[in-house]
Design a protein around this ligand. Sequence first.
Ligand SMILES: [Zn+2]
Length: 366
Amino acid sequence: MLGDRSVTVFYDEVMLGHNPEVDLPFLPSRVEKRVRNILKELDFKWSYPEHPGRLSAIKELLDDEPIPGLQFRAGPHASYDQLGRVHTTAYLDHIFSLEGKPAWLDSDTTAVSPNSIKAATSAAGNAIAAVECVVKGESQSAFAIVRPPGHHADPVRARGFCLFNNVAVAAAHAQAKLGCERILIVDWDAHHGNGTQDIFWADPDVLFFDTHCAAPFYPGSGDLYEIGGGLGEGYNINVPLPEDAGDIAFEKAFREILVPAADHFKPDLVLISAGFDPHRNDMALNLTYDGFAMLTSIVQEIADKHCEGRLAFVLEGGYNLKSLSRGVHTVLQILAGGEPPEQLVECGLREVDEAAEFHRDAFTDD
Ligand SMILES: [Zn+2]
């Protein structure tokens, strides 16, 4: 029943300070010149899609429609050493040198504003706090509502709106400091989590499972045959999907690939890179709120079965404010003990069944 399970939401307004604007004077660089040229060729006014309004929309809906059993906390900023478990020192030194400045970081749209570095260390720190919370048993599950997102950031590069790989930093912290030995990371964002894949590519203690819209959709990686390497071979699972795949395909991928993989791997912590851009009103793919509810209940069952329910979510993408906020709300309801839908059906099937019943008599002779 709703309210039966304890859930902690990690959130800090500091993350609203990350607000890159295209009109700011940028640091001179080759990258900036290239971005400027790309922008010049677009015939509409481009604004940064990964903006503070994303988090505000989620927070407002949670305030307007409170969920029983939910509590809010703010985690500390991630330290240089905590970030250094997954990023190189050269990369971190470069990022920290940008504190207080606006700059383009990468030609694929990643930029910073003067308060972005603080927001990014808060995002990674809140992901760590969410993991500490569930591993220490302070609540059954946790959701770090953070930005900038993380799953495209690799050890040496900011990409796709991501500065630090929040979920990877949290997983590495759980390995280094919390005694976790086998961590399952599930990434259901519409985009492939290339950064997370790279970071744990050769690590057999982290099983990475990723459903995403297949290449050439951004970032273009996530092929079926990318299965990890070295000791980590077999511990990287990609499920590339066509752009209109929806609830039924996702549920099948989770039940027929993820569940048996998790049964084999036996994780002692489950982390979710939760993007809401696979919602039908967002960038790609065709999930509904019922779909998000079902996927949440499946990962909850995995965590209940293998690791006393230790389950932490970290926000990734989601750019339609309505489906982003409602999607997060839907997930949190399931985490708080709400009932998932009994069965997912193709959108409209239920209505057609009812209409068929309504019209049936009209065309029979008796
Ligand atoms: Zn995404």
